[in-house]
Structures are given as structure tokens and as C-alpha cells.
Ligand binder design. Structure first.
Ligand code: 6GU
Length: 236
């Protein structure tokens, strides 16, 4: 049984979204993973199918009702294997390659996408949701974040990434990753700009050394946080 994702959302038409046009979309059509959606509104119980209400204590926005979200979670869990519930929220742990690897090692995920000001805190706790953010900026809903998480996970599934660039040999597969070196293709000169000589030389060891140096320089200059992790760990 392939890795299975269920998205709980008020906007099921947003799935698979851009994933349908990527490596992940091909893999989905090939049955290497599966995706379904549950419309959270289908679990509302009143005649107006209300999913949200005003926040206790006042303030702006609306909060998603815990009873409605809980019923949607129950339905998702009943329909498939036990899978972690992942709530996409800027309050969560920031997604990294390690978390993607961990999630892809399991049976799949149930992705809870909030709108408005988010979920009532009690259903997050009652369902022991893992709270995950995709970065330090605010999106208007969890759906684009869920698509980002799915892309990061699915490309790590066996047989999804083809060709020479296996998921294992890319930069963020290491504990202390480097940014990638810059890439070039034909033409060898474009708009008065030449491709670095060494790449045309055919000296594979020299190319490897140049790339390593460029990767280190980029990491030092652009991501001092990643660079520190590297220099404070042992031999490379
Ligand atoms: Cl996971 N959700 C929302 N709504 N905004 C975000 C986010 C998630 N991660 C960063 N910004």
C-alpha cells in the first residue's frame, strides 16, 4: 500500500494543484503515492454548514470550530491507516529536510488546512496534531503550505526521483548541508557572459573542487546559519 496523503480543507479543488505538473504529479498518476481530500464543511452539523465562529475574548477574524474539525479528523483516520495529523500553521516547527524524511518513512499524513485565524486550540491538543510551518511569513491558508510539504515528501519516495540526481546525493541530505554550486549549460557564451573555464576543461577533479568551493562560498555568504552548523561539527 503506497504512501497516502489526505488533505482536510475547505478548498479541496486546490489539490493536487501545482503538484499535478511536477515530478510528484507523475508519481501520483503512476500510483507511487495517493492523495485524497475531505471537505471540512461536510462535517458541519447545522443547516448553514457553519465551520467557524468568533473568537472567545474578542478580536479579529474567525476560528474553526473544534467539533467540526474533529469529525473530519475521525473520518480521515477511519478511511485509511493510522497516520500522523499534521496541522499547517506559522506557529509550527519549520519544515526541513529531516522532517520530510521522517514523514515519508511512515504510512502517510493527514494534512489539516486551516483558514481564518486557525483552529480552536483544543482540537489541536485532543488530536495530538503535529504543527508544521513552511517558513517565517504568513499565508492566508494552510493549503499552499500543505502542497509544499507534500512536494518535499513525495520526491523522497523510492522510484519518484529519476535519473542521475538521486535524492540521496543532494545538498540537504546531509546533517550540515551546503547550498548548491551554480549551474551552467549551452551556449558557452551568452550575452557577453562566459561559462567558467574550469567547467569546459574536462578535468573532473578540478570541476569537483571548483564546485565545492562555490558551494562553500555561497553557504558562507547567504546562509551563515547553515555555515555555522557545518564549521561547529567535525570532519567533512
Ligand atoms: Cl503552515 N500556514 C499558514 N497559514 N501560513 C504559513 C504557514 C502555514 N507557514 C508559513 N506561513
Amino acid at each position: 500500500t503506497p504512501w497516502h496523503a489526505t488533505a482536510l480543507t475547505l478548498f479541496p479543488e486546490m489539490f493536487p494543484g501545482t503538484l499535478g505538473h511536477s515530478l510528484a504529479g507523475r508519481a501520483l498518476r503512476d500510483g507511487k503515492w495517493s492523495l485524497d481530500t475531505l471537505q471540512i464543511r461536510d462535517f458541519a452539523t447545522d443547516k448553514h454548514r457553519t465551520v467557524d465562529d468568533t473568537p472567545f475574548g474578542g478580536g479579529a477574524g474567525m476560528v474553526m470550530r473544534p467539533d467540526v474539525v474533529d469529525a473530519a479528523c475521525a473520518a480521515a483516520l477511519a478511511a485509511g491507516p493510522a497516520r500522523p495529523l499534521v496541522y499547517l500553521t506559522p506557529r509550527g516547527r519549520v519544515l526541513d529536510q529531516g522532517l520530510a524524511r521522517e514523514l515519508v518513512a511512515g504510512p502517510g499524513v493527514i494534512l489539516v488546512c486551516g483558514r481564518y485565524e486557525g483552529l480552536d486550540q483544543r482540537v489541536i491538543e485532543a488530536r495530538e496534531m503535529r504543527e508544521v510551518s513552511v517558513g517565517d511569513y504568513v499565508l492566508s491558508g494552510g493549503e499552499p503550505a500543505a502542497l509544499v510539504l507534500l512536494d518535499a515528501c513525495v520526491r523522497l519516495l523510492p522510484g519518484v526521483m529519476g535519473g542521475a540526481t538521486s535524492a540521496e546525493e543532494e545538498s540537504f541530505s546531509e546533517a550540515a548541508p551546503l547550498l548548491e554550486y551554480p549551474h551552467y549549460t549551452r551556449p558557452a557564451e551568452w550575452d557577453g557572459r562566459a561559462v567558467p573555464e574550469v567547467l569546459l576543461s574536462g578535468h573532473h577533479a578540478e570541476v569537483a573542487r571548483w564546485r565545492r568551493g562555490m558551494a562553500e562560498a555561497a553557504t558562507r555568504e547567504r546562509r551563515p546559519d547553515l555555515w555555522s552548523r557545518r564549521t561547529s561539527s567535525v570532519a567533512h
